[in-house]
Design a protein around this ligand. Structure first.
Ligand code: HEM
Length: 500
């Protein structure tokens, strides 16, 4: 049967039959093409540049008419189609229709096979169907906005967060003062990563891991494991052989052991109701929670670091917005839910950061049956069963047609938090201007409130203590599991005298 399907598909591919249906048909991407930025599939020599692989899908689309410019598909060698879309209407419709109901889209697990091998297949991030639903209901309460943002709980939690961030930054500041330096040149990404993991392990899970242990052992282990997950997805066999001959197997085992140890530390607070564990009510065994804890540790450190590093990276090239945020946070000693809304400039900077440089740059989906989707402006598309879908939010959010001068008053590909005022003045609603920074629909990010809290605190604290100036004019993206500024946020830090 499978062979018959393959032959039928191959025949249709050779004949050039479009397998999609509806009135916003995707157009076909040739497998080979001269002058393209990259091949349109991940290969051992281009997988480190996934954003360029997506770019290859839009190469030469200027000649396309209709929605074929933004919806593209690859169809070859008898394989199911791969649909790449930067059409926000289609992205939203597919997101809204992803879940455990019959006929809904699944998360496509093929681009995350390495994540599953390292963290477990039953995590909230990886699982589909009934397992996903169960995991989702387990984490709902501790992560909920109403839980984290209840003034009393929030303030206790926030105070600890703030202490953590401030302590680290003060250390940096005393070093600077001791050396008598006015400016210090450094990469901020490694600093931010440790702070993010410290907040998660010690504040959220109630652990007591020292800063040095996190910096010297656990952060390097997580960084290695996250890198390993990407390599292990793209070329698992080649990687395994390479490790065997280079002694890499031992290094992998060491980092795996550290990852497990950190998972044990995070789980240990459960029995004593430490950190946010006290909000967690379930009779699930610790073992049943392990894969989720691994995903939270690696995924949350990665996503919050990405978000905060991009925000600082943009501010370091925008002194005007840095000053606006500074004026807002300089007197702020306690963030509470009201102060969050009372920091409109910081909020706009964070919103614009997620739009222009989203941490998660694409979402993988898979059609479980032939599925019709309909956009808010009543366009329809039939997506055939087994289609691998890549919702390409990176390019969608940079598309002039959807986010450019005509719509938001500013070019789509620049950092301009002012555009959110224009959007508001035009009366465009949040639903109409989705940037998908935390996803959309049933698989929306459960860590949004926690992540926003962490990133708001870290970015606010850095701006309050330092003036930050980028060393280079421009920082492109480096993309793996998430995106980050390729220059690791190389900046000159200058103490603000009044920032104590
Ligand atoms: C602030 C930075 C963060 C950003 C930008 C972010 C972004 C996202 C996005 C875009 C998705 C949707 C993926 C998709 O639809 O395929 C997602 C899902 C998810 N996020 Fe986050 N996230 C952040 C922080 C966190 C934190 C702090 C946690 C947990 C501690 C977390 C845990 C998850 C999980 C488990 C999912 C999968 C949910 C599901 O599939 O049902 N995230 N995140």
């Amino acid at each position: 049967m499978k062979f018959q399907i393959w032959i039928r598909r191959l025949f249709r591919q050779i004949k050039g039959v479009n397998p999609f249906g509806g009135d916003c048909l995707p157009s076909r991407v040739p497998l080979f093409s001269l002058g393209r930025p990259a091949a349109p599939i991940p290969l051992p020599w281009n997988y480190k540049e996934p954003i360029r692989i997506f770019e290859a899908f839009y190469f030469g689309t200027a000649k396309e008419t209709g929605w074929g410019e933004h919806n593209r598909y690859l169809y070859s060698a008898g394989f199911p189609p791969v649909l790449v879309t930067r059409d926000p209407g289609i992205i939203k419709a597919i997101q809204a229709n992803t879940g455990d109901k019959p006929g809904q889209f699944d998360r496509d697990t093929s681009p995350t096979a390495g994540i599953a091998r390292a963290t477990g297949e039953d995590s909230l991030l990886y699982a589909n169907g009934a397992i996903w639903r169960r995991q989702k209901s387990l984490v709902a309460k501790p992560f909920s906005r109403s839980n984290l943002f209840q003034p009393q709980k929030f303030q206790g939690f926030e105070q600890t967060f703030r202490k953590t961030v401030k302590k680290r930054l003060e250390l940096l500041r005393s070093l600077q003062e001791a050396r008598g330096e006015r400016k210090t040149r450094l990469e901020l990404e490694p600093e931010i990563k440790v702070v993010m993991l410290e907040m998660l392990v010690n504040n959220f899970f109630g652990g007591t891991v020292t800063y040095d242990e996190l910096k010297d052992r656990f952060v390097p282990a997580l960084v290695y494991m996250i890198d390993h997950m990407v390599r292990d997805t793209v070329a698992p066999r080649a990687q395994a052989i390479a490790r065997k001959f280079s002694g890499g197997e031992k290094i992998l085992q060491q980092h795996q052991a550290a990852f497990e140890e950190l998972t044990d530390i995070a789980l240990a607070g459960r029995a004593r109701g430490l950190g946010l564990w006290k909000e967690f009510k379930s009779d699930a065994s610790d073992d049943a929670l392990r894969s989720n804890i691994r995903v939270f540790l690696a995924g949350a450190m990665e996503a919050t670091t990405s978000f905060a590093t991009w925000a600082i990276s943009h501010l370091s090239r925008s002194p005007e917005w840095q000053d606006k945020v500074y004026e807002e946070v300089k007197e702020m000693d306690v963030y509470d839910p009201d102060d969050f809304t009372g920091a409109p400039h910081l909020n706009r900077v964070l919103e614009e950061t997620l739009r222009l440089t989203p941490a998660l740059y694409f979402f993988p989906r898979k059609a479980t049956v032939d599925t019709w989707v309909e956009t808010s402006d009543h366009r329809k598309m039939m997506i055939p069963k087994d289609t691998h879908i890549r919702l390409d939010v990176w390019h969608s959010n940079r598309c002039e047609e959807f986010w450019g001068e005509d719509v938001t008053g500013y070019r789509a590909d620049i950092f301009a938090p002012e555009r959110w005022d224009v959007i508001k003045e035009k009366g465009l609603s949040a639903k109409e201007m989705l940037h998908f920074g935390f996803g959309h629909g049933p698989r929306f990010c459960p860590g949004r409130s926690l992540g926003l809290l962490e990133v708001g605190l870290v970015v606010g604290a850095i701006v309050k203590l330092f003036k930050v100036e980028a060393v280079h004019d421009h920082a492109g993206p480096s993309a793996g599991v998430s995106t980050k500024p390729a220059d690791a946020v190389l900046v000159d830090l200058e103490l603000r005298r009044s920032g104590r």
